[in-house]
Design a protein around this ligand. Sequence first.
Ligand SMILES: *Cc1c(COP(=O)(O)O)cnc(C)c1O
Length: 353
Amino acid sequence: MLHDRVIRPDVLAMTPYHVPDARGLLKLDAMENPYTLPLALREELARRLSALELNRYPGPAHAELRQAVARAFGIPAEAEVLLGNGSDELIAIMTLATAREDATVLAPTPSFVMYQISALLAGSRFVGVPLRADFSLDLPATLAAIEAHDPALVYLAYPNNPTGNCFEDDAIERIIAASRGLVVIDEAYQPFAQQTWMGRLAEFPNLVVMRTVSKLGLAGIRIGYMAAEPSLIEQFDKVRPPYNISVLNEAAALFAIEHLELFNGQAEHIRAGRAALVQALESMPGVQPFPSRANFVLIRVADAPRSMQALRARGVLVKDVSRMHRLLSGCLRVTVGTPEENRIFLEALAASV
Ligand SMILES: *Cc1c(COP(=O)(O)O)cnc(C)c1O
């Protein structure tokens, strides 16, 4: 077969990142914001987009959007910003740029799968350090792994996906201090955790803070940003494809930043919905919810694959993470929806465990 001859063996052996068909289902599998924009704003956005010159390449380094991001999201003056086509692309850029011979990428497990996938694709070794049973960092094991492998990159999702918790700040400080490489704090869920390392960038030259607008309500436009010391960003920028943000994405992101209070209001609703959802789950027999700082809740049930299928049969799509890691046995991950969606989910779950 042609592909057997030309494709790398490790790529041949990979299983593809599965995006399920959600048509007709209540979509609670991918941490999307359930709210949309008011019609008047969508029409204004359409006018804005229709005025763009689609025959032209995006401008140099997306300077306007970088400045708007820096202002809107509190990037410290000492730091520089790099934009990615989603933070997935920023992960790929950082991994590729640091993939020297024998380079290691380290992350706690279970965590966001793209850290490992991008390491494998870049030819770096991936070292996963298991979390403790309560999903906190195993600090001695993490420090020992840093000592043993001297990782170029350590990824810490804050809050962590799929467990939903924020790791302890003093443990993170110890990890940053012990690392000769970079420590990337992935704040994809910052609007729901309302806790950040962004303000501490100047304290730690090896700290990178990465965020995305995906979970805030703009998953479709694919914009992520990272902030770090300018000389680091300068190097990562060489690995970035020169026109990685389309003019449509850029204009939509600028528009969204102008209306940030709307998205922040939606995040506030989602945080309130999360509290109500967790409370309802706590009183449901056969269900153990874990505390969450994100816009999803991890729950443990007796038989996760069976409950996931039963939910799907009732029109609700959640994510079965039970086979991702031994610590996640019996676990499903569910996105916080609107109050009405949460009610539908709870009803379906009660009939599915
Ligand atoms: C969803 C998620 C991302 C990916 O964000 P995009 O900007 O949509 O690529 C990054 N990190 C974590 C921890 C996530 O859960």
